[in-house]
Write a protein that binds this ligand. Structure first.
Ligand code: SF4
Length: 488
């Protein structure tokens, strides 16, 4: 049966991004621009969104569960009018199932001895539990389970007098992946962790400065792209302009390679590379490494479409939309009724029988995590009459969990962690299965191969080569403190 088991949430079997951030300094419509920016970054988190602005001596905030359009649109549009001021920061959040607590919605705000500080954070700290335990032992009271609050407490505890110094002092104590935007009564601050795992870009609009997780959020407001924030860089934007600091020990650059494979929007440009072009190139490389005798190439939409276009072009096979995606399936079905559960994956994807019936298909997907959705999609394609199904994956096998801000299941649930490719092919039910090689992935990125001594990207979910210490590992199953899940 192509359906979900009892208790199984309706969601795709993909790793999930855990946040998008946005900031504006020096524009009279800062809150409205932030709403638009967060809307463009909706793919990075769909559970909740929030905005903090500052005006006339006061910080104002709106933080709610839901999609940006619902929180700040329609009859809720008045919320935007209440967020006055010419500078703002905003945040989109993804949470693991069951981890939706209003108190975890960002940006987080606190009054420090040096003034108010609001922070919105994308990423995950790998020593948050350790630091939190120390802070709690000192008597600090936490109001959320978010590691962003750990940063705020560390800044509050810092003995430095200036707020930027307090923030730097706090960030020197944390380890992990973070791109964050922060707001004070006079400044917009943007920071990327020393490894640069998560992206952060700077843009300009009518003399105002913009910070965003991705360039697609600059495009939506018509802002010009200025540059990427460098790994380990902290910029402070005031009415006098931008100051750039590099306060942390230099580390090897390790942008998350999965940003190119799946997370970022295809129209974004990450560190000079267009995401769409990258995905097409991986399809080309995959066709060279793993050809298949077939009649057509079909993507599992939407994220695999560019790779399938590349594969089809290189293989000289027709590209067809053999699976149609329904874009209107949201989280409404997180707790489906028995009837809806029975429909399962068909709620989101339907095979285009007219294209598939009697054909040999190459099915392109960008990753296999647990394999549950892949198995159901293959079953659906076969039910629509496919004679042969050859699955090709535009990333190497996902064998390891991410601890840097991407919600992946525990390693024991990753199909590739305990099965070789042949076994995976049997479980998923395909005639053949192949993944792009790690070097193939790097070739598609324009490199000759992976530099094993100093890899060009973080690729730990494929290689297990974690660039940043996993300090909290060994503290139990909750060793990654997601920005969200309840721990108690
Ligand atoms: S482990 Fe994987 S998903 Fe996580 S940051 Fe590294 S490459 Fe990205």
């Amino acid at each position: 049966m192509i359906g979900l088991q009892k208790g199984e949430a309706f969601q795709d079997d993909k790793p999930h991004e855990e946040c998008g951030v946005f900031g504006v300094f020096g524009h009279p419509d800062s809150a409205a621009l932030t709403v638009l920016g967060l809307h463009a970054l909706q793919h990075r988190g769909q559970e909740a969104a929030g905005i903090v602005t500052f005006d006339d001596g006061h910080f104002m905030s709106e933080r709610h569960a839901g999609l940006v359009g619902d929180i700040f649109g329609g009859r809720n549009a008045t919320r935007v009018a209440g967020l006055k001021g010419s500078f703002a920061i905003g945040h989109n959040r993804y949470s693991t199932a069951g981890g939706q607590a209003a108190r975890n919605i960002q940006p987080m705000f606190a009054d420090l001895s040096a003034g108010g500080l609001a922070i919105a954070h994308n990423g995950n700290l790998t020593n948050a539990l350790t630091l939190r335990a120390e802070l709690v032992a000192e008597g600090r009271i936490f109001q959320s389970t978010s590691d962003t609050e750990v940063i705020i407490h560390l800044a509050a505890r810092s003995t430095y007098r200036q707020i930027v110094d307090k923030l730097i002092d706090a960030l020197k104590k944390v380890k992990g992946a973070y791109s964050l935007v922060a707001l004070t009564s006079k400044k917009l601050i943007g920071v990327r962790d020393p490894w640069g795992v998560r992206p952060l870009v700077l843009g300009k609009l009518d003399g105002a400065y913009i910070l965003a997780s991705e360039t697609c959020a600059l495009d939506i407001i018509g802002a010009e792209f200025v540059r990427d924030i460098a790994p380990g860089e902290l910029i402070v934007i005031t009415k006098d302009g931008i100051e750039s600091y590099h306060p942390f020990a230099k580390q090897p650059h390790r942008l998350c390679v999965f940003e190119y494979i799946y997370f970022s929007r295809p129209d974004s440009i990450l560190e000079g590379r267009n995401v769409y072009e990258h995905r097409k190139s991986t399809g080309v490389e995959l066709a060279r490494e793993a050809p298949a005798s077939a009649d057509m190439v079909i993507p599992v939409p939407d994220s695999s479409i560019p790779a399938a276009i590349g594969y089809a072009a290189e293989a000289g096979l027709p590209f067809e939309l053999g699976i149609i995606r329904n874009h209107y399936v949201g989280r409404t079905f997180i707790e489906p009724t028995d009837h809806i559960r029975h429909l399962g994956v068909k709620l989101k994807h339907n095979a285009n029988r007219a294209m598939i019936d009697g054909r040999r298909v190459v099915l392109i997907d960008d990753s296999i995590v647990r394999g549950t959705t892949s198995r159901k999609i293959v079953e659906m394609v076969r039910s629509a009459g496919a004679r042969e199904v050859h699955m090709r994956i535009s990333s190497p096998p996902t064998k390891y969990s991410c601890f840097y801000g991407i919600d992946t299941p525990d390693r024991s649930q990753l199909l590739a962690a305990s099965n070789d490719v042949e076994a995976m092919a049997r479980i998923i039910g395909v005639d053949s299965l192949a993944f792009i090689s790690t070097d193939g992935l790097y070739r598609a990125m324009g490199h000759r191969e992976r530099n094993n001594g100093n890899p060009q990207y973080c690729d730990a979910c494929f290689t297990g080569d974690y660039p940043i210490n996993l300090t909290d590992q060994g503290m139990g199953p909750q060793a990654q403190l997601p920005l969200l899940a309840e721990t108690a």
